[in-house]
Design a protein. Structure first.
Length: 263
C-alpha cells in the first residue's frame, strides 16, 4: 500500500513509506489476531487513523521502549526515548531491593528495570488511573517470564504515595510535569491522557511539595523525570525543603530532564 505522505506531513513530520508500511503490518497482524481478515478494510481504517493524526502507537497498540515492545492505549502515555535515561538512573542508584514507581502508566519503566536487574527486586507500581494500572498489569503478564524468577511486584491504585506504606530503597516517577499554561504538541494534547501530562499552574508547586514530603518518609532517594523549563524550580523547592542532595541532570539532547533528591 502506498501512503499519501504529502497529506500526512503535518501530523508525522519526516515519516517514510517504509515506516508506515511497517506500522501497517503491525496493525493488520493485530487485527487478524482479533479475527478481522479484510485487508482492504484494514488499509482504509489505518489510513483514516493517519489522516486524523492518531499517534502510531495508539493505532497499533504497541510501542518500543528499552529493548522491548509494550502494549499502549489512550489510557497511558506513549513511552519516550528520554525516559530510558530514567531507567538507567534508577539502575545506577539502586543499592537495595525495594522500589516503588509512582504513575506506572504502561509499566514500561518499572518493567524495563526488572528486565535489566539480575538480583531479586520487589517493585510496587502505583497509578491514580484504574485503566492505566490495568495496562501495567497486562504488560507485566506479557513480560514476566523474562524476569529474574524471584522478582516480586505489587499494584496499588492511588494518588502518588497516599496508599503506599512500608520502606523503600528508592522511589521513581515520570509524573505529570507540564503546567497547564505551557505549550505542547497539539497531537500530544489531543490524544494522550490529560491527567498524566498536566498540573494546574496554581497548584503545581504544592503538588510537588506534597509528593516530595511523602517520598522522603518512605525512601532515601527520589528520582524524577521532568520538564526542562520546570526542573530547576523544583530543585530549588527541594533545597528549601532541606533535602541533603539535589541534582538536575540532562538527557542526551542536553536538556534538563531528571531530578535526583536524596534525603
Amino acid at each position: 500500500m502506498e501512503f499519501p505522505i504529502h497529506e500526512l506531513e503535518d501530523f508525522y513530520p519526516g515519516i517514510k513509506q517504509a515506516r508506515l508500511s511497517e506500522e501497517f503490518d503491525r496493525y493488520y497482524h493485530l487485527e487478524t489476531l482479533k479475527g478481522y481478515h479484510s485487508l482492504e478494510l484494514a488499509e482504509q481504517n489505518f489510513l483514516d487513523f493517519l489522516k486524523k493524526g492518531t499517534p502510531l502507537a495508539y493505532i497499533t497498540n504497541q510501542a518500543y521502549f528499552y529493548n522491548a515492545w509494550f502494549y499502549v492505549d489512550e489510557n497511558v502515555l506513549i513511552p519516550r526515548f528520554e525516559s530510558e535515561g530514567l531507567v538507567e538512573l534508577v539502575i545506577k542508584n539502586l543499592k537495595g531491593n525495594k522500589v516503588c514507581e509512582v504513575g506506572s502508566g504502561s509499566g514500561c519503566l518499572g518493567l524495563s528495570i526488572l528486565k535489566e536487574t539480575q538480583k531479586p527486586l520487589e517493585l510496587t507500581f502505583v497509578d491514580l488511573s484504574e485503566k492505566a494500572l490495568e495496562v501495567t498489569k497486562f504488560n507485566y503478564q506479557t513480560h514476566k517470564y523474562s524476569f529474574h524468577p524471584d522478582h516480586k511486584v505489587n499494584f496499588i491504585l492511588g494518588d502518588r504515595l497516599e496508599k503506599v506504606s512500608g520502606e523503600f530503597d528508592l522511589i521513581f516517577s515520570n509524573p505529570p510535569y507540564v503546567k497547564r499554561s505551557q505549550i505542547i504538541h497539539d497531537i500530544t494534547k489531543k490524544y494522550e491522557p490529560d491527567m498524566a501530562l498536566f498540573l494546574d499552574d496554581e497548584t503545581y508547586e504544592q503538588w510537588y511539595r506534597d509528593f516530595f514530603e511523602a517520598a522522603r518518609k518512605l525512601a532515601p532517594i527520589l528520582l524524577l523525570e521532568g520538564h526542562e523549563y520546570n526542573l530547576q524550580d523544583l530543585a530549588e523547592l527541594a533545597r528549601l525543603m532541606d533535602f541533603q542532595k539535589v541534582e538536575v541532570t540532562q538527557d542526551l539532547n542536553r536538556r534538563d530532564r531528571y531530578l535526583y533528591l536524596g534525603s
